[in-house]
Design a protein around this ligand. Structure first.
Ligand code: HEM
Length: 498
């Protein structure tokens, strides 16, 4: 018997003709009864699913996480419960603003989304390659993203929209400076760090809670493109980062990152000089040093991009026992947004798609819905409580109560007194974290980007943004103003009156 497989329809019926449609005479019209023709055309017409509304362009790989240090005093999460323990994972990198076919080398943050397949369920850490973000309230997310996408009239990217928004939102400055530095154009996904970015919590076996931030330090070393190198690569190879990742893993040059955490006690959080749950700020490393946890390795390229990368779905809501949320407003917003997006993008049963499916136990009373393909609970009861099955709500998984110190519900100003310093950390980033080379490139990248601002509000937007740069650091403000040929005296008078 030959090993050849027979060509079949989707319903498994072998058929003989896959190139010629059935027609009346060699040159005549086609027959409706050529079902294979319909099936092929109809399936093709439905090949596209909605791309992710953000982070549409991405690359993924499977790998493993290995514990190297004991952090059980902070968390009871089983993934961390033994040195040497290995957990399988899937990681998807991405750019943010571009469409599915856009260039990998765009100036943009990069997504760094990890799905850990742990025995207590899938833990998704859906972070970026930057520790902070542009806004600190989820209500502002869609407005911000609109400015990064296309102009409604021209369908072009618009520096005017971007800088208009940023100049009106001083809380964005910290992330804008990172984006405008060469860190905004990483060489490839392998040569950048990853961050959980938000403040999360960890809960230990004694039910004590601490606040944590997650960091992933690249072992490949940080490597960035300059603005012109990134532009050059864009024209040479649109998919450079995808190619780089595949080539590295195919040649067994497995990329690795060291996972580290910062820890803040609840008492320290109360004494902290600013809001420790503000996503536009970092926790100073001098006060909250990095603690070693383990190493993450990528070692397998998915066999099928659509099945495993395009259909992957990450959700910040997916935490596991021993890891919890925090009052970070952005995180709170994201808890709702991702599963909602995925029900739309992939359908209500998206958790059953193999890349998303928990390889351990899933037992609940959710039933039916489009594309239910896992047996739908067979003949087991579909209601709770019941007298027939053995599913229990295990109280040992209950999180300790939170004392959040306020019972007042209101629309609080996210930039109220004590939360309105938008300039100290960007200033430190410029003076302390960057060297002369970084600073030079930062200014030239900003000048290049802001030169694209156009229209009747050009001067107003530029002046407003210059005020933010000056407030962070006078030299930075001067450098950008000079590059844009702006009259400094005029800006300074704005600054005095602002
Ligand atoms: C309120 C703020 C935010 C909202 C509402 C939001 C919403 C979304 C949505 C709807 C998606 C597409 C999900 C999908 O279709 O699977 C997405 C993707 C993503 N977001 Fe956010 N986002 C927010 C902030 C952030 C922040 C702060 C980060 C990083 C720290 C982040 C990182 C990502 C990543 C990495 C992806 C791609 C995940 C993947 O590879 O599938 N987002 N976001």
């Amino acid at each position: 018997m030959s090993n050849e497989r027979k060509l079949t329809t989707a319903s498994g019926t072998p058929y003989a003709e896959n190139e010629n449609s059935q027609s009346v005479g060699a040159r005549g019209p086609l027959l409706l009864q050529d079902f294979v023709l319909h099936e092929k055309m109809a399936h093709f017409n439905r090949e596209r699913i909605p791309e992710r509304v953000v982070h549409a362009k991405g690359s993924g790989a499977f790998g493993k996480f290995t514990v190297t240090h004991d952090i059980s005093r902070y968390t009871k999460a089983k993934i961390f419960n033994k040195i040497g323990k290995e957990t399988n994972l899937f990681l998807r990198f991405s750019t943010v603003g571009g469409e599915k076919g856009s260039a990998d080398t765009e100036r943009d943050p990069r997504g760094f989304a990890i799905k850990f397949y742990t025995e207590d369920g899938n833990w998704d850490l859906v972070g970026n390659n930057t520790p902070v973000f542009f806004v600190k309230d989820p209500k502002k997310f869609s407005d911000f993203i609109h400015t990064q996408k296309r102009d409604p009239r021209t369908n072009l990217k618009s520096p005017t929209m971007m800088w208009d928004f940023w100049s009106l939102n001083p809380e964005s400055l910290h992330q804008v400076l990172i984006l405008m530095s060469d860190r905004g154009t990483p060489h490839s996904y392998r040569h950048m760090d990853g961050f959980g970015s938000h403040t999360f919590s960890m809960i230990n076996a004694e039910n004590e809670r601490v606040w944590v931030k997650f960091h992933f330090k690249t072992r490949q070393g940080i490597k960035n493109f300059t603005d012109s190198e990134a532009a050059e690569m864009k024209s040479r190879d649109l998919d450079f980062a995808q190619r780089d990742l595949i080539e590295a893993i195919d040649s067994k040059n497995f990329p690795k990152w060291d996972m580290k955490i910062q820890v803040m006690t609840t008492e320290q959080a109360e004494q902290f000089p600013f809001n420790p749950f503000d996503l536009t700020k970092v926790w100073p490393h001098a006060d909250f040093p990095l603690i070693d946890v383990g190493v993450l390795e990528l070692n397998q390229i998915p066999k099928n991009y659509f099945a495993q990368v395009e259909q992957s779905a990450f959700a910040p809501a997916h935490v596991i026992d021993g890891i919890g949320y925090s009052p970070d407003k952005m995180l709170q917003g994201r808890l709702l947004s991702y599963p909602d997006a995925q029900r739309y993008r992939l359908g209500v049963n998206y958790e059953q798609i193999p890349v998303n499916r928990c390889p351990y136990m899933v037992s609940n009373y959710e039933r039916d819905g489009a594309m239910r393909v896992d047996g739908n609970g067979d003949d087991s009861p579909n209601y709770f409580p019941n007298s027939f099955d053995d599913i229990v709500a295990d109280q040992t998984y209950k999180e300790p109560a939170w004392d959040l110190g306020t019972g007042v519900a209101d629309w609080f100003d996210r930039n109220g007194a004590g939360d309105n310093d938008h300039y100290t950390q960007p200033g430190l980033l410029y003076t302390k974290a960057m060297n002369d080379y970084d600073r030079h490139n930062l200014v030239s990248n900003i000048v290049g980007a802001m030169s694209g601002i156009e229209g009747p509000k050009r001067e107003e937007i530029i002046n407003r943004q210059l005020c933010h740069f000056f407030r962070a650091n006078a030299e930075l403000g001067m450098g950008v103003a000079r590059g844009l040929n702006v009259n400094i005296d005029e800006v300074m008078s704005h600054l005095r009156h602002a």
